[in-house]
Design a protein around this ligand. Sequence first.
Ligand code: HEC
Ligand SMILES: [Fe+2]
Length: 368
Amino acid sequence: MSSQAVATPEAIQQFNADIERHHLAALWNVAARLMPKEPEPRIQPYLWRWKTLRTLCLRSGELTPIEKAERRVLGLINPGLKDKYAATETLWAAVQLILPGEIAPAHRHSAAAVRFIIEGKGAYTTVEGDKCIMERGDLVLTPAWQWHDHGNESAEPMIWMDGLDLPIVRDLDAVFVEHGAARAQAVSKTSGGSERRFDQAGLRPAWEEPVTEASPLLNYKWAKTETALRRLAQVDASPFDDVALEYVNPTTGGPVLPTNVSLANDVVPIFTQRGCTGCHAGGGIGVDLGDLSLNGSANKIFGELTVEVSPTYNKVRVDLANPAQSLILTLPSFEPEPDAHPNATFTSPSDPDYLILLAWITEGAKQN
Ligand code: HEC
Ligand SMILES: [Fe+2]
């Protein structure tokens, strides 16, 4: 039996008031909220109609001069994230309007941005001195900390969709911005230069090293993308996503904006959660026949994947030159093969675990 005296409700109340006053929290009072049994996402499904977005966007143009707004942007705020000003916990989404003759002044920030052009033709975004002319359907990148300004030299309003990793950068307390000295930055490079260098799939300048920080191609033109989609449709389609193309960094084949996947935090847990360690641990058949243990410390697994050579396939298990051809991805692959991997396979090229592994390898298979 406990010898402790029973606390009075008054004493508990006083205690709770005291800890609050000293900026403390009793974990036993908040544990359920901090660590629920299951994730409790705050975001809610919501549909923003283009008709509404467009009308309000154009109205903002009548009411708010660009000088006042800097960027004339309407953010899509998830009804569950009103205080966070975000579309999802990690992403900012918005529509932006720029009217003929306007300039949205040069700045750069730690958050990275993608833009999909929805309406208009002939406005530009200058990214680090490269003036990219934009039209409907284009994807334009402004990677983190690269100078960018927008201007509309056409006779039509232009509207696009912005996507930024702002909320997650903010969660890391890493948001900062710098404003340019001049409204529009100098066009110091050949206009559309990144396109001329890099927009021919499968070809890149021979004397340049692959660029891994962010895609060096800044404007993915819709006309080329549409042609590529239609050509692909003549020969093939995914059984899951129909005819779909992924925007990639033309020098690496990897994602256009790096995601900094961590080996220890993102990759290693997949092997356990996915049941790989059911066979690839201890005396399992994956160790017996494949000589591969996916169990243990991140350092040990790093060695198995990047240093050790597979006795059966006679190569290391990650392939930096051809990430998608890495054994760690092809063996438990979604591809139907006669010798399909037993039991544990990735379901499709959009399987999130598959994408995390692929991103880790594409970003250099670092010991991070
Ligand atoms: C049901 C048992 C089993 C499970 C579960 C399993 N594997 Fe395997 N794995 C094997 C066997 C058996 C081999 C050896 C045969 C071969 O190489 O095809 C192997 C071989 C491999 C190889 C090649 C090893 C080498 O270098 O020769 C890789 C890579 C691999 N598995 C990855 C995975 C991953 C990743 C997972 C989880 C997504 C997984 N395996 C889940 C049984 C399994
Ligand atoms: Fe910006």
